[in-house]
Design a protein around this ligand. Sequence first.
Ligand SMILES: [Fe+2]
Length: 447
Amino acid sequence: MSRASPRPPSLAENLPGIEHILGDGLALDEFLTKYWARQPLFIKGSPGKFVGLFDKQEYRATMKAAAAEAQLPPDFFVRVTYDEGGVQGGPRIDIQPNEVERYFATGATVCVNSIHLVNEKLGAFVHRVKSRMNHPGVVRLNCYWSPPGRGFGAHFDARVATTLQIGGRKTWRFARQIATAWPLDGASYGTARRVKEQGGVESAPEVVQEMVVPPWTDFEEVTLEAGDVLVLPAGAWHAARAEGDESLALNLAFDPARLHVLVFDALAPFLSRREPWRGLRPSPAGKERILPSLPPDADELSAALRELAGLLEQMAADPAQLWRHWIERAAMSDRPLSSSSSSGAPAVSLPQDTRVRMSRQLTPLIVAGSLPGGGEMLSIYLPAGGEAVNVVEIQEADDQAFLRGAARHDEFSLTQACDWPELRDVDPLRILRIAQELVECGVLEVI
Ligand SMILES: [Fe+2]
């Protein structure tokens, strides 16, 4: 039996995950039920908390690499602002990656949107967090570099913003009560306040009328130091300003996953096979140039909508279909393509002392499902070029026991796996075979 050649050290080797960000004092479940989309959360860290993830040197190297790229991903862009972290924000100016130092020297805060798209390690970090949380929305990593006294004027964003302070100090002011739950877009505090004060609540635009716009004096204040974390729900008013020295921070931004998008995902394959849903024909007004009160073929449209209502009834009775699309979106990755292949390792023959672990590079998602004739099936999804692919389905109880054990242990040798209580009666050759299969498709990695 030839020895499997170990993979090169994974980029994701020692990357923090969501549990590391939250720290020992807060479980992921509690974070999601108590804080996510509800209230701000400050987590005091230690200066070493994000060492190895990112620093000034890596920031410079990343921007240099981005400047050398012939074509950058559309979601990657660089902007600057001269805001001072007060009530009112100023304009944003788009710049090129090679202009970052020059603008910073003039007193600008430099914001790099989706920096993880040009840095493989940060891409792996983002995917690790997203898949661990099973978050079906897009997750991005933005980077903010501010000179002393500069930052962002007060506003809210349409996403959950998780600031990881990398270097320097930054003072955040934020309102504890969110302006509105899951807003569709961001808004400027100065503008909203002016509209409310000058226009009166009743005459303000509907979107502002519905917002909570507290006085600036009600905002709370916290100064973040290296290793500290501040999580703000979507719709939370906030402003930020570097203190004393320059500040470098990453922001893990969780775009909301909208239910109607998942519902559409689930319905689209069916609806796209039905002619009434595939194309509406134009219907101009007659000679009088006045459109009738009903669309043409109104009966056909009503019939199509009744069919849709039936599909929705079915989905309401059995939301498993929706759940599958949720999982697929959570397993998707928009990391640089070079790192998101699911082809896995070449065929190998593993000796028993091989040490393996669940792939930290690809972060598989394992989903429990039922077999039509009864019994359970475990499906494994991996990211592949911007999509999630169901790479393997495991139906045999012994194989499932191995997979569950593999998911539970940080790392293990196959000899150790044979000694797990649930696998003691299983033929070691079978364990080797399933381990090998999982290594070949990239679910397990050899270390
Ligand atoms: Fe913001």
